[in-house]
Design a protein around this ligand. Structure first.
Ligand code: NAD
Length: 293
């Protein structure tokens, strides 16, 4: 047996907002392999994630796969990935009590807090995406929404990687960044507007640029392009059920993907088994991407 052993590794996971999305399942698989978890959570969702970690009604969702006990996290760090530092925060957001109570919720603030607790980050997961006009077709997307989609969903990979660099560079055995994309960044998927298709396209080439920039420092950067899955963000797109049915009917493996399959692929990419893999887009989509019709 070749085990995936991430004992002693620290994973910083963005994009946990509930116990349904990909980030939650990635966290569970990484911890089942031994990793210690830190969550960087949108400031407005910190309370929700805290209660999911404690509530009896959510106990089942905290059970780790492979009979590895229950999920435990070291800390929830508030972070809005729109902001590199607090100097970038607009007055409206600064004065919003739901943000203000967290103090410094910028990427820098989050990494500074983390740096007080750990000497290294071995795994950085980027599972963040947002467009204020996700329901708009590309032609009806405003400039402002387009730029927000790019900032939150794509540039944040670069910003987080740069901020985490001092904790990730030149570590024995190397470190690993994994982001999440969707086929809508490469081909036209009706409903996937609001700048999100552009953001996924940008995310994929950014990951390749970052792989090249950071490879000499021992940091691998890869993307998982996941099949459609009914997360909270995906439900906001519109008819996610129809998208899942369509992919299921045309995929070589004729079924929907499971979120823990994205978790498993992430654990592989973050493990020594993937030590020569960087700058890649790995499709976890039941093979849908290879089909012509
Ligand atoms: P999700 O709703 O669980 O996750 C999206 C997360 O982004 C949320 O937790 C939200 O809080 C966070 N977020 C949004 N704006 C933020 C900001 N400014 N700062 C910090 N956090 C912010 O949905 P998901 O589908 O699990 O999405 C995770 C990733 O997977 C995304 O990149 C998404 O595009 C990608 N993906 C999803 C699908 C799908 O069908 N669900 C398919 C392929 C790829």
């Amino acid at each position: 047996m070749i085990p995936i052993d991430l004992k002693g590794k620290v994973a910083l996971i963005t994009g946990v907002g509930d116990n349904v999305g990909f980030a939650w399942h990635i966290a569970k698989t990484l911890q089942a392999a031994g990793a210690t978890l830190f969550f960087a959570v949108h400031p407005r969702l910190v309370g929700i994630v805290e209660s999911i970690m404690e509530r009896d009604t959510d106990a089942e969702s905290r059970i780790l796969p492979y009979a590895q006990g229950n999920m435990k996290i070291e800390k929830i760090l508030p972070c809005d990935v729109s902001f590199d530092t607090m100097d970038d925060v607009d007055e409206k957001t600064k004065n919003d009590k739901r943000y203000a109570k967290h103090g410094d919720f910028s990427i820098k603030g989050m990494i500074d807090t983390l740096s007080q607790q750990v000497k290294s980050v071995d795994i950085l997961i980027h599972a963040v995406a947002f467009s204020p006009e996700i329901k708009n077709s590309a032609v009806n997307t405003s400039r402002a929404a387009y730029l927000t989609a790019l900032s939150v969903s794509a540039y944040s990979l670069t910003a987080l990687s740069r901020a985490a660099l001092p904790l990730m560079e030149n570590k024995p055995g190397g470190t690993s960044v994994v982001g999440l994309s969707y086929i809508g960044g490469e081909r036209v998927v009706p409903h996937y507007g609001g700048g999100m298709s552009t953001a996924k396209s940008a995310l994929q080439i950014d990951a390749k640029q970052l792989a090249s920039n950071l490879g000499p420092k021992g940091i691998r950067v890869n993307i998982i392009s996941a099949g459609p899955y009914a997360s909270r963000a995906a439900k906001a797109i519109g008819d996610i059920g129809q998208m899942i049915d369509h992919a299921t009917s045309r995929s070589p493996l004729p079924r929907p993907i499971e979120a823990d399959e994205v978790g498993n692929a992430t654990a592989f990419l973050c493990s020594p088994l993937a030590s020569a893999i960087t700058g890649q887009v790995l499709y976890v989509d039941c093979g849908y991407n290879v089909m012509g019709v």
